[in-house]
Design a protein around this ligand. Structure first.
Ligand code: ATP
Ligand code: MG
Length: 269
């Protein structure tokens, strides 16, 4: 893909995923979406989790979103009717709420049940530079729809004792999806989040991750920072809520690093 592809043609589609719960997927998805928007990229954030945290954290009332990802997946509404603007974040959102938990059952009966999101995205992918998918903490049919639609996965992770073990399951899943469903899928990178430099174990695990995954590890490290945790209750991405906080600065840096990495890869092709 040429450099101009980032600006003009169809979007990069990335899943923010980790089957472990509470590791910072949604925080990463929201703040990356806002950071990329501030860097003048056109972004759509897809909330693939019935918890609707990415929706709420973008300042959109999930319960008022009568048309949402659920109807899009089961094919009763077009994606253009369902997307909404996050005024606070500067990006578009495909909102979700608990209705989405019913989608699993509806999808099972459908043909190409793992391809529904991908088919829906075809209608809007020219409108964006980036489509980010916030995945739920499960390997469900919903997550599979995300992985089937994506060019790559971004894995946020905490540097804890069992992190590497969980990671190998996830990497195997990505490989299986790549072989069987989506030959475009690849690992974009691992992002260390909620990092506390004072904890020796975290530094050790961080070093292990670097040794194991090499340049697949983003050099940006997101610190544990209370401002990032406070932001969603104000319906704001952390990078907007308190731009001067360490967490916000890290996510801005992550946005820049991601763009730089994609440009470099495109030039190498
Ligand atoms: P789930 O698996 O339930 O979808 P998740 O992986 O999306 O969870 P988040 O919701 O992003 O994880 O984060 C879990 C909690 O940790 C939230 O309360 C969030 O505000 C907080 N959190 C995330 N990142 C940070 C950080 N860097 N510093 C401090 N708190 C954070
Ligand atoms: Mg989440």
């Amino acid at each position: 893909m040429s450099k101009s592809a980032v600006n003009k043609h169809s979007a990069y589609v990335f899943c923010i995923t980790n089957q472990k719960g509470g590791v910072g997927k949604t925080t990463t998805a929201i703040n990356l979406a806002a950071a990329l928007s501030m860097l003048k990229k056109r972004v759509l954030l897809i909330d693939l989790d019935p918890q609707g945290n990415a929706t709420m954290g973008s300042g959109i009332d999930k319960n008022a979103a009568a048309i949402n990802l659920y109807q899009v997946l089961i094919g009763t509404e077009g994606i253009k009717n369902a997307r909404q603007r996050s005024e606070s974040g500067g990006y578009d959102v495909l909102p979700s709420n608990r209705e989405l938990s019913g989608a699993e059952i509806d999808l099972i009966q459908m043909e190409k049940r793992e391809q529904q999101l991908k088919q829906a995205l075809a209608d809007v992918s020219d409108d964006y530079d980036f489509i980010l998918i916030d995945c739920p903490p499960t390997l469900s049919l919903l997550t599979l729809n995300g992985l089937a639609s994506a060019h790559g996965v971004i894995i946020p992770m905490q540097c804890e004792y069992f992190a590497l073990e969980g990671l190998s399951d996830l990497v195997n899943t990505v490989k299986r999806v790549y072989r069987n469903i989506n030959p475009d899928l690849r690992l974009i990178g691992l992002l260390r989040v909620m990092f506390d430099t004072r904890v020796t174990l975290q530094q050790q695990v961080s070093a292990q991750i670097e040794a194991h995954f090499g340049d697949k590890v983003f050099s940006t490290i997101v610190p544990r920072n209370v401002r990032l945790a406070e932001a969603p209750s104000h319906g704001l991405p952390g990078v907007i809520y308190d731009p001067s906080s360490r967490g916000a600065k890290a996510y801005m840096e992550f946005g820049r690093e991601l763009i730089k990495r994609l440009k470099k890869e495109a030039q190498a092709k």
